[in-house]
Structures are given as structure tokens and as C-alpha cells.
Design a protein around this ligand. Sequence first.
Ligand SMILES: Nc1ncnc2c1ncn2[C@@H]1O[C@H](COP(=O)(O)OP(=O)(O)OP(=O)(O)O)[C@@H](O)[C@H]1O
Length: 762
Amino acid sequence: MENATKAEEQARVTAVIEKLKARLAAIHEQIEAAHRETSRIERAYGENTKVNVTEVDDQMETNAAVQQQKVMVARAVENETILKHEGDRLTLLADNPYFGRIDIDEDGEPDTLYIGTATFIDENGDFLVYDWRAPISSIYYNGTLGDVTYETPAGEQHAVLKNKRQFQIEHGHIKTMFDTNETVGDEILQSVLGDQSDEYMKNIVATIQREQNDIIRDTSSDLLVVQGVAGSGKTSAVLQRVAYLLYHSRSDLDADQMVLFSPNRLFANYISQVLPSLGEKNMRQATLFEFLANRFTGLHVETLFERYEHDAAGLPKAAETIRRFKEAPSYLEAIYDFAKNPDRTPHFIDVEFNGETFFSAANIAKIYQSQPALMQPVDKFTATKNALIKRLNARIHMEAKQDWAQLQVSDLSQSELETLTADHEFATGEDEQQFVSEAIVSKAFAPIYDALYNDHFYDVFQDYQHFMAQADAPVSDSIWQTMITAFSDGIESHHLRLEDAAPLLYLRDLSTGSGQNSLIQYVFVDEMQDFSMAQLLYLKHAFPKAKLTLLGDAKQDVFTSNYQPSDFIHEIKDVFAGYKIRLITLNKSYRSTQPITNFAKALLPEHDHIQAFNRAGDKPEVLTVPRANAAAALSKLVTRLLTADGTVAILTKDAQTADQLYATLKLDTPVTLLSANDHSLKSGCVILPVYLAKGLEFDAVVGWDVSASTYQNEADRDILYTLCSRALHHLNLVALDEPSPLITALPTNLYRHAGDASEARV
Ligand SMILES: Nc1ncnc2c1ncn2[C@@H]1O[C@H](COP(=O)(O)OP(=O)(O)OP(=O)(O)O)[C@@H](O)[C@H]1O
């Protein structure tokens, strides 16, 4: 590009930054003024409340004044918040105001637009920077030169795209600048992807690719399913999608109304800076385990990781059959039929108080059965609950007349009495006496009320056992019965298997009419292949108003590849029948260098669709060492890798191996062992089991013990593929004695073979 053009562009960058700085200074002053105003009103508000409140007239006057002051404070605070938000957004632009430029011709009018992470309008109302999410900005991501269209609230608009220019600007200086006809030219993407990894994931708005853009800007699907190969930008796309949706529904969508189910806690922390870097609040995040555990207080719900480790010791055929049966949508459908059966009475239990039965299970069942036969079971349940609360209130009313309650009333101090009767008026002293006495009894009976309110008169675990006892068992009766007994024993010792969690919640929700959250508008599931169909079906039920985005890669099926066929897109279509479904496939892998992606994909039997992004690098290395020399060879290798790479992750097949390695590995620098309870990533050398590395990436990956004895089955392919695809720049696999047959079967031109660590080149 001509130097003159670059100089002109640089002059514009400098001018925009000047204006940004001036605006930021003005905002800063306004914030200070707004803050002073808020404090002033708050002080006055404090004074005003000190009026005599014992006289009724004064009290009313004070209330009105207080209300008025409250409104003023709220307004002042809101004003301050808006200014702060504006300041934060513009601060994001101050170093790097934009990354793209488009020259268009609309209705014969030429126009030049610059695109960045937020909008910046100068004092004359001119758009110096357009937000990347503005309708017209989609031309930058989608359009090739020539005729283009873009969607606006007023309908489709036409324009001619004359030129598209990309910038890399750092600290106010243009580093690189290209004119391109592509979505984003390879040069800039290569430069971005070639960087060292960070503790936090970065936003990708400057380099979004066309198919990723489709995911980000989809607003019409009820269910968006993204099947993308490892490193294809699924997680990135979904995070920018959240930012996009927030921008376009500012007035009626809040980040709190969106939930992302993430694979582990490390991942949750890893992605936590993307939305703030775009000036947006983070959505809610939970792992499936946290979501389930929250709903089963007092029980330990098995985690996916625990189950994986347990399965590694051997999963008996019958246990596998039962698990498949319970994780299928038909199992939840059977629960639905069971719960909706008009002839069934849920399993009620006694409500105890002070060691005595307050409401007996038999009586509760009688109330339930006395409801009109045509009533829905869930309405019968609610009617039963209301009837019990009514009986409790009647009992409180009676009990309040008893001597013990009356005695307690007379023991109250004047101030206790005033607190209890505040805001109430009584016609007679007797009325007041009865009111206070009932308040005292209510307090004493609060545990009963809580038990009723929280449905503790219903035992879902017993009910679930009744359900299982009448289900069409997929195994022999005796095995099925043994499983039911094991379930019951598990509950006794406060343990719940993962496969029973979603079915139990579903039964409880359907029986009691609780558990649904209609406020959530969007649910995102990352690593959908880790979810069973039953769990997805449960999420659909739990968030009835939400649009869903499911992201996954059937080939990174670490947890279920040993017992579940991995193509479940088909099943999803059945489960979500009636939804407006869109399926987007991402085949290009951006994370790793070309040699690493080519190696990783060759591990999969079907891999032609996977395309490596064109980034050069060293071939992966397979190092085979005698078991006795392994520890020394590993420390030599890691030490060498650390001279080039900021983060070297040693990935093991299970947690036990990671623990052992951590105890024995001797390095001159600190080593971090990461477990399921860790929240944040560290740089340097980290050791973790491969399943915890899901969704993460590291400058260099060392696959530990990739030996014939460890990775031997077909099911291990997915695990090995996941492991290899975590590497950005370097991949080294260490085999003890003999490499896995999954590796020796690969074409030898895909990797370098090293017999000893000293030969392994970095
Ligand atoms: N358009 C893009 N521009 C710049 N970087 C990108 C782009 N798309 C993806 N990347 C980078 O590629 C890497 C992989 O992206 P991401 O983690 O979103 O992929 P994924 O499909 O969720 O991966 P996986 O399933 O393997 O965990 C990240 O470092 C991300 O920043």
C-alpha cells in the first residue's frame, strides 16, 4: 500500500484518538459533577428522614418527601452509571479506535465508514467509528466487493462495496494495513493466531470469519446448533453472539437473562474477559454439575469427571445398557407419562414437628385424592399444598388462644410489641392481643410452614423408585431391581448418580409445578457432546422461554465415546421437534498450526472435512522413551519447550496420573497441578487431565504416556484428538516403551519421531 495512504490513515487515527481523549476528559468531569450531585441529594435525603415520625400527619408528609428524594437519588445514580458506561466504552477505543474501513456507495452517495468495538460520534453528530454490531457493519464481515445487502430494522438495504481495508492499530499507531476482498485477509489472522496464549481468551471482532458471523448474527432461530471441529471458533462465536444480542435488544434483554453452560470452572474463568473487553457484562455461567448440585442440596451429585475416572476401571455391560436407557429422551417421556397419570398419588411423607407427626402422609394423600378427578396432577398437588397451609393457619389461630402463647405475649417488652404491631391498626385491644399471639405461634411453627412451602411433604426419591419399578427395564428384572436398591442406598448415603439427576428433577418439577425459570431468554451449551439427550431435554423444560444455542464437536467426545454413538444431531432434531432449528457447520480449524491440525485430524477415521488454517509451524514430535527414563526425559523436554513457549501443558489421561507426575516431575521452574476445583489458569508448566483441558488452549502441549498400554481402544481416539487439538504452536507426545497403535498407524510424514528427549527439537 502506498505510503501516502498510510500517512493519511495514520493522521486520521491520531485525530480520532485526540477527539476520544477530549471526550473522555469531559466525561470524567461530568462523572465527578454527577457524583457530587448524588452525594448532595443523599445527604439531604438523610436530613429529611430525621423528621418526627410519631405524628401521623408528619409521617405522611415525610413519606412523600422521602419518595421524592428517592426518585431524585435514583435519577442521579442512573445518570452517573450512564456516564461511567460511556466512559468505559470509549476507553476501550482510546488505544485502538478501529480495525476496519469500508467504502460504499449507497443510492449514488459515496460514504466511508470505520468499524471498531463501539460507536463514537463527534460533537457535530458525525460517526467517527461504527460499532461492529451496527447493521451496516455486517458488510465488513459478509461482503465481497460489488453489490451487497444488509439487514436493518426497516428491511433489506442495498449498497455497492468499493473497498474494504483492515488495520492492526496498537497504542495509536497503525502496525499493518491491507486492502482485501476477503472477509478478513489471512495475513492479519496469521499474525493474531501466531501470538502466545494468554490467561484469558481474547475477543475476535476484528477478524470474524463469514460462517462465524452467521452464528453471531442469527436472531431468528429457536435452536441454533453449531457442529464445529476443534479450534473452529465455536466458543468465540458464541461469546461475540452474546455481545451482539445484547446490543440489538438493549431495552428488553439483560446479560442476567442469558446462561452459558461451560465444561469446567477453568474454562469459565478463561472466557471471563471477552465480554468486558467489548464493553458488555458477562452472562450467567454454570457447569452442569453446579446447576444440578444447586438443585439437590445435601446430596453429592456425581460429576462427569468422577464418572469418567470410575468408568476407566471398567464399565460393565449391564451398567452401560442402563445408562444409555436413562440418558435417552424416551426415559424422560416415560417420566412425563408417569407424572401425568391421573390415577397416581405422589409419594407423600409425614410432616414432623417437635418429634411428632403434624400432618400424616396418609392424610396428605387423602387431601390429594379428594381433588376433582379431572384436575391436572400438578394442580392437585398445588391444591393439596394450599389446603395444608390453610390447615396450618387454622391451627395457628387456635393455638394462639392457648395459655403458652398468651403467656409469651405478656412477656414481651414494649419495643418488641411495637415492632410486631408496626404498620397495623386494631379496632380493639383483644384484636391486637390475638394478632400478636398469632405472630408468636407462627414464628414457633415456621419450620412447618417452610416444609410445606418447600414441598418437603413429597418424597421424590421414593416416587422415582416407584417409577423405575414399573418402567420397561432394558435388562433382566433382577439386575434392574439391584440397580433400584443401589439407587436407594446411594440416596441413604447422600450420593446421586449423574444419570439419575435430570430424570429426578424432571419428575419433581412435573409433580410439584416448580423448577422452571421463564426469565431466561437465551441458553448456550458449550461442549454439547458432553450432555445426554435427557439432560438437554431437561434444560428445554427448565428454561421454557429460552432460545437455545448448542455448540459441540462430536469428535471431542471424551466422556461417552465408550458407550454412546456420537452422531446425535439427528436425535436433537427429534427432541426439539417444533423448534425453528438451524444447523451451522464449522470445518476450518484456527487454533493450531497447520502441521498440528493435520496430525490431529489424521487420528480420526473420517476427517476430510477438517481444514487446517494456513499457519506454519514445526511438525508434532513423538518421543518414545523407556519407562525407567521417562521422568528425566520429560523434564528435559519441558525445560526446552519453556524457552520458546509461555505455557506448556502436560496432559494426562486421568487425574491419578496427573497427581503422580506432579509428585515426581523435577523442574527448575514452578509446576502447577490443576484439578476440577481450580478456577484459574497459570502460565509456565501446568499438569492436568485431558478432560479438564476441554475448551482451553496452550502454547505447547505435551501428551503424557501416549503409550500402547494407555491409548489402545477405538474410544481413545476422541480423547487423543482432543488432547492434540489443545496445542497452539507445539505438540509433543511422549510414549513409554511403545507408542499407541493409534499413532503408529498414522502416515509418518505427519510427525517427527524422536527416540530420546535430547533429539526432540523445538
Ligand atoms: N475469526 C477468528 N479470529 C481470530 N482468532 C480466532 C478466530 N476464530 C477462532 N479463533 C481463535 O482460535 C482459537 C479457538 O477458538 P475457540 O476456542 O473459540 O474454538 P472452539 O471451536 O470452541 O474450540 P474447541 O472445541 O476445540 O474447544 C482461539 O484462540 C480463538 O481466539
